[in-house]
Ligand binder design. Structure first.
Ligand code: NAP
Length: 495
């Protein structure tokens, strides 16, 4: 009998009232059930929101540096458990150990950064237009934050949301992805151990259409932060409008790496291998399009195919594996459907294009790293997010065409250019329509103290990470203090 894990509501671990469970399976060995997680419903969400509201009354009064000290302790515990956390994460979603260690490290960094913000939480002060009067503003908590997270960064993304929300004095109801409930459970265990009081952090497992949707619709949830697909993000935005919630959306991407004719090609090759096939291509910042200058097109494609043939695909726990499995059956079907679409559109399949089912791959969801060449901007392969190990390559005649191709896309998350020409590098920084641009680096590699997010249909303008996320989770209170001892009327008595 696999282990049963529970929801955490109002300081207690408890099952769902339905008595039903969702299985969490290892994508590298589909027969291995990692655990059973409660199939919660509206009832559990309502209970968690009520507990969060009650706990908020006292949590909002805890000084921010004290809240920060609790989060620092959570970071310390993550440091101690880093290896175990990474191993469980690899088992539940597949990416290789080096990457799951990095995912945990992102959580640690976010905890330590949050602890520091507890001693800052800056707001503005400004001079008054009247004598003997002071104007100040403060950051106040907002209330209850409903946090809905995807499976591809099971520790980093829940930390990006939960830790700043708590630091700002909000209480939290976390609904993790159904594919990665175990890592979220570990995170909540750590927060409890670090001293987050009962009711301040709540965890409700269950399907997005029920649990996530109830959080979005719940009249007593003030903030929704969602990371996931654009389709669901748009629906959430529309629904959350009914109760005027503050909503942060981090959605899909179709990120491109540009390689100019003057680039260091070996460096650019390392970048695209890491960008396109790290996390098996299942990153919002994955390199999904490669724009090659015509002068190096054939040479770079040869280098790319040669390098891909040396990538070992396998169980992420095996140190030899460079690329892990795809997360589940439905995701592998999506990848297969896009390979069919690419062939039908006339793109040239130069490597991969099939599921791996032999020997070590036989009971997991493995897909060969795949490259299509001669992709044209109007093709679906060039335009749509696939979220798997599929790279689409297009030829460009010069820098301007590279920028135009890059920007011909509804998404705008990450971008990259490899060039030794400093003028072109700065023009790319200015002209690529994306929330993030890397110069001589892959499209992936966010650092927790820098703003993270995209333009166009990648989101709704908010950022995770860095300072902006603390603005998102706090409300401004403006205060005027008049010590003149008389009625002073702004805009009237001084003119
Ligand atoms: P998803 O299917 O949109 O799910 C994301 C989360 O939303 C999951 O917790 C899911 O629950 C929940 N959900 C599903 N339906 C819902 C509904 N009707 N109402 C409320 N919540 C609902 O995305 P995913 O497959 O997990 O992740 C892949 C996507 O995330 C890609 O598009 C990727 O680009 C994007 N992503 C973006 C960023 C970024 O920062 N821009 C980062 C990572 C990933 P269940 O798991 O129970 O279905």
């Amino acid at each position: 009998m696999p282990q049963q894990y529970l929801n955490y509501i109002d300081g207690e671990w408890k099952p769902a009232a339905s008595g039903s469970w969702n299985e969490n399976r290892n994508p590298a060995h589909w027969n291995e059930i990692i655990g059973l997680f409660p199939k919660s419903g509206v009832e559990e969400v309502d209970e968690a929101v009520a507990a969060a509201r009650e706990a908020y009354k006292s949590w909002r009064l805890v000084p921010a540096p004290e809240r920060g000290a609790i989060l620092k302790k959570a970071g310390d515990i993550m440091v101690e458990r880093k290896e175990d956390l990474a191993r469980d994460m690899t088992r539940e979603m597949g990416k290789v150990l080096a990457e799951t260690r990095g995912d945990v490290q992102e959580g640690i960094d976010t905890a330590y950064y949050a602890a520091v913000e507890g001693r800052r939480l800056f707001s503005h002060t400004a001079p008054s237009e009247l004598r003997n009067k002071m104007n100040l503003s403060f950051r106040m908590p907002i209330g209850i934050a409903g946090l809905i997270t995807p499976w591809n960064f099971p520790m980093a993304i829940p930390c990006w949301k939960t830790l700043p929300a708590l630091l700002c004095g909000n209480s939290v109801v976390l609904k993790p992805a159904s594919d990665t409930p175990l890592t979220a459970t570990h995170l909540v265990e750590i927060l409890i151990e670090a001293g987050v009081p009962k009711g301040v952090i709540n965890l409700v497992h269950g399907g997005g259409g029920v649990v996530g949707n109830r959080l979005v619709e719940h009249p007593d949830v003030d903030v929704i932060s969602f990371t996931g697909s654009s389709e669901i993000g748009k629906a959430i935005n529309a629904k959350a409008g009914a109760t005027l919630k503050r909503v942060s959306l981090e959605l899909g991407g179709k990120n491109a790496q540009i390689v100019m004719e003057d680039a260091d090609l070996e460096l650019a090759l390392d970048g695209v291998l890491w960008g396109a096939f790290g996390t098996t291509g299942q990153r919002c910042t994955a390199t999904s399009r490669l724009l090659l200058h015509q002068a190096i097109y054939d040479q770079f494609l040869d280098m790319l195919v040669g390098a891909i043939k040396c990538l070992t695909v396998g169980d992420g726990l095996d140190p030899k594996s460079k690329v892990g499995p795809v997360v589940n059956k439905s995701q592998i079907e999506t990848v297969e459907s896009y390979v069919k679409i690419g062939k039908a559109e006339g793109a040239r399949l130069i490597v991969g294009g099939h599921q791996l089912t032999d020997g070590a791959h036989k009971d997991g969801w493995f897909y060969a790293p795949t490259v299509f060449a001669d992709v044209q901007p109007k093709m679906r392969l060039f335009q749509e997010e696939i979220f798997g190990p599929v790279l689409s390559v297009a030829k460009v005649k010069d820098f301007d065409q590279a920028v135009a191709y890059h920007n011909d896309c509804i998404y705008g998350l990450s971008s990259s250019i490899y060039t030794r020409d400093v003028n072109r590098a700065f023009r790319a920084v200015r002209d690529l329509e994306a929330g993030i641009t890397y110069v001589n680096g892959a499209t992936i590699g966010a650092e927790c103290h820098m703003p993270f997010g995209g333009v166009k249909q990648t989101g709704n303008g908010h950022r995770e990470g860095g300072w902006p996320v603390y603005e998102f989770y706090s409300e401004i209170k403006t205060v005027y203090i008049d010590f003149s001892g008389k009625l002073q009327r702004a805009q009237i008595d001084n003119y």
